[in-house]
Design a binder for this molecule. Structure first.
Ligand code: BGC
Length: 883
């Protein structure tokens, strides 16, 4: 009887405490990725989100084990933090040393503000890679040809797997100088394209970790590899001389295929001279121009067991391209969308032009039946001549061909015939295009079904959105995203057609636009390592990264190459993760110290200035000095965060010296005008924060008068376009900023849209003769402006990662409805408003769990101007004061 009583008590307490538990944390990630493979960091970052039903986290407990069943029973043999009082949802692993090739399972439990415990999260995992380069086995191999030899080779390896052993898991660890495509038993492994990402090949090579468990079979297996040149063996010629890169070499790869058996043993198959090679049908491949493919040279079953390989040659042992092989931890490039043509224009039976709904970065897939030896030329363009044929004159301007064997953005496909449908899609190239013109050496029958366009880019998840009652604004938002993504290929580029270069300026201008809408931290963390590889001992950085040497003498002043400071800073603001800023601290410091060493009076003229302006040229020394100032303030802030007192004091003084020097030299304190008072010259000092407090309103008023004079149209280049709208909306002129942002007449973003743009252009003038790529991101800060000025979503530098949100919406005249959403590390923030009547506005806000916000209402709203908001959902009825 007594026992039953005790049992009942235990049972009932269990029910009360179990039911009392709050919802579990979700979105567990390691190194900002879901269940990543190939982690090499000794202290990876672990992150999660608490349930949106809660107000705040007050404590957490992380448990890590190599055994998921033990972990489910709360046995954490690798790391158990115990209950830690903290509101942070980002913790660096500090358990036992991580072993290579090991899967670690982890879960997290949190406590809310009432100290109520959550249910544990689902168990998730990360798996280590090689960790140390000494764990690599095997040899780098290539086909042994000269760098100028055009055809590429098949590589294959036959392996017989023990039928009595059961495979538990299998991984391919593969790195290449150039690009690789790995297949097993005839099937491509995974869906990555153009892998691995481009790096400074003589300094750092990236390896990918691929799960190949399901592709292996008992007995005979065949591994196949095809290599592409990528940026490693640039056979095309253009003004940047990548064909003369000191790193240039014949593409090569190193693979370790590790099989883990159920019985606990493992085996590694490696690349070495036992692999066999044979020329492939890929006659030529260039990351820059195109791919040429001769289907007559296909070998059926080249990557399948059972092929007679007596004619194949042994692979050739090659030198490692660099001493460093690093795990690639980022969202890979993938096909993200397949687009069917919207139109086919048959010119005659040897010429067809296909149109697509939007301008993209990518490739085509063509399916065609024709006579043997028929040669198809597949041209990719962003626009058409009046006669409807492909026009590449806006994008082939920097191309310097030495003969006619490598036409720009033109694939060549030679058919093998035989009455079958043949398919071709390039593996080692991409292009920027909206139109595809196919010409053939013999009559051919093509239909709309013959071609699909495959959109490619780093496949970063979308985490933000904008919706409004103004279709032009929404279309600008979409076009900006299209250009952002078209320029994300493991590093941010300027354009996907003419250059594909990692222009530093374009990237820092677009960083906020990118981070509001996409979870792109992993791409920038990779790219910042490229900066480390490129920095000279004196701190100088190039204007394009990666580079083989081009860009150290041109374009690398602070207005472009401040990317080294601005990008880690913005990543910190958006993610609340200081890892990148910390790791780049020394690089930023060296860059800043270099500028200081050549700018004794506090200003600098080093830079390109306000690039591609509408009509007015602005003072270059002013804009360059503002970027120099920004770098120094970032450094001072970082120094404070990282406890470097001396640096903090030094760079705080230097920042003051620079702002004083800028104001002394360029500001007329009587009139409140900088230099000659162009839009950029007034907006940029306001935006970058050097205008003395007491003169701010005067400078802002002058800026307003200036844009009024220009009939509320933009008159800036790319540096001014970054500053103008913010400078207006943050200084009381949000209506004017909005009017400029949604103009539909020249010059404006809307002018591009009404003329059919689906991406942003390089030039305000759509008929410009130069600098008129139709897919540049450098005028793309407008999306960040929408999130900030209309949605009011600002990160708070003192509580980064939107731990605290500075909400400053503007209910601008002429817009009835607006909604901005951004999924921060803590969850989705929503800021949306609807104008009900002339004066009434309904403002809907969602503040994620574990965060807070300060709402700052604009002057034209009745009542209190600031409000503190804790996590939760709010619907506020606001009234506008009559204007
Ligand atoms: C690129 C730009 C880049 C600029 C630097 C151009 O060729 O396409 O986007 O920033 O050069 O001046």
């Amino acid at each position: 009887m007594k026992n039953i009583f005790i049992y009942l008590i235990i049972f009932s307490t269990c029910i009360t405490s179990c039911t009392k538990k709050i919802n579990p944390p979700t979105n567990l990630q390691c190194e900002h990725l879901d269940n990543p493979l190939g982690i090499d960091s000794p202290s990876p970052r672990l992150t999660w989100r608490i349930a949106q039903t809660e107000k705040a986290q007050t404590a957490y407990q992380i448990m890590v084990s190599t055994d998921s069943i033990k972990l489910a029973n709360n046995k954490a043999d690798v790391w158990d933090t115990g209950k830690i009082d903290a509101d942070s949802c980002l913790v660096t692993y500090k358990g036992d040393s991580l072993k290579p090739f090991t899967k670690y399972y982890w879960k997290v439990t949190v406590w809310n503000e009432k100290d109520t415990q959550s249910k544990p999260s689902d168990i998730t995992s990360f798996e280590t890679g090689l960790i140390s380069s000494s764990n690599w086995a095997g040899k780098w191999i290539s086909d042994g040809q000269d760098v100028s030899y055009k055809p590429t080779f098949y590589f294959r390896k036959d392996v017989n797997l023990d039928k009595n052993k059961k495979i538990k898991s299998a991984r391919a660890y593969i790195t290449a100088a150039g690009l690789y495509e790995l297949s097993i038993n005839g099937l491509k492994v995974g869906d990555r394209m153009l892998d691995p990402m481009y790096t400074r090949f003589d300094k750092r090579n990236l390896y990918s970790t691929l799960d190949i468990t399901s592709l292996l079979q008992n007995g005979a297996n065949t591994f196949g590899v095809i290599l592409g040149n990528g940026w490693y063996n640039h056979q095309s010629t253009a003004v940047w001389d990548f064909d003369k890169a000191h790193w240039r070499g014949r593409p090569k790869f190193l693979v370790n295929i590790r099989l883990n058996y159920e019985d606990g043993t493992s085996e590694t198959i490696v690349s070495d001279e036992t692999w066999k090679i044979h020329e492939s049908p890929i006659l030529f491949n260039s990351i820059y121009t195109a791919e040429h493919y001769d289907a007559r040279k296909e070998i059926e079953g080249w990557n399948m067991p059972g092929l007679d390989t007596s004619e194949w040659l042994p692979a050739v042992i090659a030198q490692a391209p660099s001493p460093l092989i690093v795990s690639q931890q980022l969202y890979p490039i993938r096909v993200t969308e397949r687009l069917e043509p919207t139109k086919i224009d048959k010119k005659n039976d040897t010429c067809y032009v296909f149109s697509f709904a939007k301008n993209i970065a990518g490739i085509i897939e063509i399916r065609v039946q024709g006579d043997k030896d028929t040669e198809l030329r597949i041209k990719h363009s962003e626009r058409l001549y009046p006669n409807g044929r492909a026009d590449m004159s806006n994008i082939d301007v920097h191309y310097r061909p030495t003969d006619n064997s490598d036409p720009f953005q033109t694939d060549i496909f030679i058919l093998k015939g035989g009455g079958i449908k043949e398919t071709f899609s390039p593996r080692f190239n991409y292009k920027g295009f909206q139109y595809v013109e196919v010409t053939s050496s013999k009559p051919i029958d093509l239909s709309k079904e013959s071609i699909t366009a495959l959109e490619l880019h780093s496949d970063v998840p979308q985490i933000g959105s904008i919706k409004s009652s103004n279709p032009t604004l929404d279309k600008i938002w979409e076009a900006t995203n299209n250009s952002y993504l078209s320029n994300l290929f493991g590093y941010p580029t300027d354009c996907p057609q003419r250059e594909k270069n990692g222009w530093t300026g374009d990237s820092h201008i677009a960083i906020e636009t990118g981070l509001y809408s996409y979870d792109a931290i992993t791409i920038y963390e990779k790219w910042m390592n490229d900066f480390k590889d490129e920095q000279k001992p004196n701190g100088v950085l190039p204007s394009i990264v990666p580079t083989h040497g081009w860009g150290y003498d041109w374009g690398n002043g602070p207005d472009w190459t401040s990317a080294v400071a601005i990008i880690p800073w913005e990543v910190y603001l958006f993610y609340g993760d200081s890892h990148l800023l910390h790791s780049m601290y020394g690089n930023i410091k060296r860059y800043v110290d270099h500028i200081a060493s050549i700018s004794h009076h506090g200003t600098t003229d080093w830079g390109l200035g306000d690039w591609v302006p509408v009509k007015t040229v602005s003072n270059k020394e002013l804009t360059s000095s503002l970027y120099y100032y920004k770098d120094v303030t970032i450094l001072a802030h970082a120094a404070k965060m990282f406890g470097r007192k001396h640096d903090y004091e030094h760079y705080t003084r230097l920042a003051k010296k620079i702002s004083n020097a800028i104001n002394n030299k360029f500001l007329n304190t009587e009139t409140g005008i900088y230099c000659s008072g162009s839009q950029t010259e007034l907006a940029a000092p306001l935006y970058w924060g050097v205008v003395p407090e007491e003169l701010k309103s005067k400078v802002a008023e002058n800026l307003y008068k200036k844009v009024e004079e220009d009939n509320f149209h933009i008159d800036t280049g790319i540096l001014g376009a970054k500053a103008l709208l913010h400078a207006l909306s943050e200084n009381g002129y949000a209506d004017a900023a909005y009017t400029i942002a949604v103009q539909e007449t020249y010059p404006s973003w809307g002018w591009w849209i009404v003329n059919g743009a689906t991406t942003l252009y390089e030039n305000w003038n759509i008929d410009a003769e130069n600098d008129i790529s139709m897919n540049h991101i450098m005028f793309g800060d407008i999306n960040a402006w929408m999130y900030k000025a209309l949605g009011g979503l600002f990160p708070d530098e003192n509580k980064a990662g939107f731990k605290h949100i500075q909400l400053r919406p503007n209910f601008v005249k002429g817009l009835d409805q607006f909604e901005a959403k951004h999924t921060s590390p803590y969850g989705e923030i929503v800021s949306s408003w609807t104008r009900r009547t002339d004066k009434q506005i309904i403002y809907h806000v969602v503040i994620p769990a574990n965060t807070s916000a300060t709402l700052h209402l604009p002057e034209n709203i009745e009542g209190d101007k600031t409000m503190e908001l804790s996590a939760g959902t709010y619907n506020l009825e606001l009234r506008e004061i009559k204007r």
